[in-house]
Design a protein around this ligand. Structure first.
Ligand SMILES: [Zn+2]
Length: 510
């Protein structure tokens, strides 16, 4: 009998896209970015400009629209993509979630909001541990829906522990709220008695990030096929490109089809059809980048002559949204050495430099040292004469793309004019995926001859009002998120796999 006060639905989740080659993601990194428990989850979800992750506001809004319900908000935590999570912190979160689920009394459903490409310092599948823990805590009769990022590396344990696993269908990711609403509707169906059966296929294709766009290309064709095949018996089609840098045995392009009813055939048939298309197109999952020297030549040309169209250059190998530091200097130094004009560059993460600019004040001229606080293999020191042109506290509401409508915190920030190149310097790692990162500092993208963004692909949904796809230049520099996978000492990736190995083989499992 449905309760007139509405179903009791627990909400919990963890978000971390973990890059095995980046420095450890600490408890402080989670607390700094997103760590909400109990009622704070609901308050944030129903606020005008919620903090990330956007799935929770999407889920709550969809549930609110469907009638009375009783949320049981437990814990939602997420950090900016970074290195493996501190294992102890994740264990503490899981323990806390388990305790809350056990103490919650009778639940009607559970919603898990999750990225799905986390590793900890000890565990290659903590997301699987989360899902299995939830299932064990609530038993087999209570439906669970999980939403994951399209860069999720799903394990068999994840797929088997939930009734439906729903991945984003957009990259750049702009459908978090919609997918969470889909989870709400799926839970409603399942609370009404609908059972599901799921087919899961993983291919030996570890797709470089830049080959996973959903506007066009091999991955877009897989997503489109899956969406075209939605039918009354098919509840959800999820095609996950995965995140190579997690370096786990569960890496690989994954297809998960969830069908209504106990008959396994419809889900299997469709999963196989999509997998066969992916395999037929496997050679297209290779990164094609522009060499640094060529990119500088292009920037010099557009900067010096208005008859050439303005360009946007993506420093794809130093994407904070994939675990990069946002502080490599290859591109900045090369553009500066070439005396490129009319260029905006953002965002460079250097807390000490941002602090120094704030201390010096607007119009101050100084000898700026990027990465002055210390060098790493990727973050080399770079010096240039600079003038402070703007200062900001780094808190704003996103305007376009993945940050749209959400509160963004990137700490004290400054615009530095290096003579031809205006650099936005920030404090907390964030990828430059929204024009507001420049606009808040008074920089006019419409007037720039070129823009550099430290972002792999999400910038496309923010800057497409200025730059058509043919004006996007993906530059090949060293970095923790380089799409040139052969440069990384992978240890746990399944091998052989495309594009690292030519001898990868695959046959349909059913
Ligand atoms: Zn993603």
């Amino acid at each position: 009998m449905p309760n007139p006060a509405g179903p009791r639905i627990a909400i919990l989740g963890l978000h971390l896209e973990a890059n095995a080659f980046a420095p450890m993601t600490t408890a402080a990194d989670f607390r700094e970015r997103s760590f909400l428990a109990g009622d704070a989850i609901m308050k944030n979800a129903r606020s005008a400009a919620p903090i990330w992750p956007m799935e929770v506001p999407g889920f709550v809004a969809a549930m609110d629209r469907m009638g009375p319900w009783r949320p049981v908000p437990i814990l939602v935590a997420g950090a900016e993509p970074g290195g493996p999570a501190d294992h102890r912190f994740i264990q503490d979160c899981l323990k806390r979630m388990h305790g809350a689920l056990k103490a919650a009394g009778k639940l009607d459903a559970v919603y898990i909001t999750n990225h799905g490409a986390m590793i900890t310092t000890e565990d290659p599948d903590p997301d699987g541990e989360l899902y299995a823990m939830v299932r064990a805590a609530i038993g087999t009769e209570v439906p669970i829906a999980a939403t994951v990022d399209l860069h999720c590396n799903p394990s068999r344990r994840m797929v088997d522990s939930v009734d439906v696993l729903i991945g984003y269908i957009t990259n750049p990711h702009v459908d978090m709220r919609e997918r969470a609403a889909e989870a709400a509707h799926a839970l409603k169906e399942m609370m009404g008695g609908v059972k599901t059966s799921t087919a899961f296929i993983k291919l030996p294709i570890v797709a470089p990030t830049v080959t996973q766009l959903t506007a066009a290309g091999p991955y877009a064709e897989l997503i489109a096929l899956g969406q075209k095949r939605l039918a009354p018996e098919i509840m959800n089609v999820t095609v996950l490109g995965g995140f190579a840098f997690s370096d786990t045995p569960k890496n690989g392009l994954s297809i998960i089809v969830t069908a209504r009813g106990a008959n396994p055939t419809p889900a299997r048939k469709l999963a196989r059809e999509i997998a066969e298309l992916a395999w037929a197109n496997r050679q297209r999952f290779r990164a094609k980048l522009t060499a640094l020297d060529d990119a500088v030549k292009m920037a010099k040309q557009t900067g010096g002559d208005p008859k050439y169209p303005a360009l946007i250059f993506a420093d794809v190998a130093d994407n904070p949204g994939g675990g990069g530091g946002g502080n490599t200097t290859w591109l900045l130094k090369a553009l500066h050495d070439a005396m490129v004009q009319g260029m905006l560059f953002g965002v460079f993460i250097d807390a000490a430099l941002a602090r120094q600019a704030h201390k010096l004040g607007i119009d101050a001229r100084f000898d700026a040292t990027f990465n002055g606080a210390g060098e790493t293999d990727y973050a080399k020191r770079f010096r240039a004469q600079a003038r402070v042109t703007a200062l900001h506290d780094g808190r704003f509401v996103g305007r376009r793309g993945i940050f749209k409508g959400g509160t963004v915190e990137f700490g004290p920030s400054a615009a530095l004019d290096l003579g031809g190149i205006s650099v936005v310097v920030g404090t907390q790692r964030q990828q430059c995926a929204d024009p507001v990162f420049f606009e808040r500092l008074g920089l006019d993208i419409g007037k720039a001859r070129g823009v550099v963004v430290k972002s792999r692909g999400h910038f496309r949904a923010g800057f497409d009002e200025f730059f058509t796809p043919d004006r996007v230049i993906e530059v090949d520099c060293p970095g923790l998120t380089s799409p040139v996978l052969s440069r990384f000492p992978f240890k746990r990736l399944p091998r052989p796999s495309i594009p690292l190995d030519d001898d990868a083989v695959w046959a349909p499992p059913f």
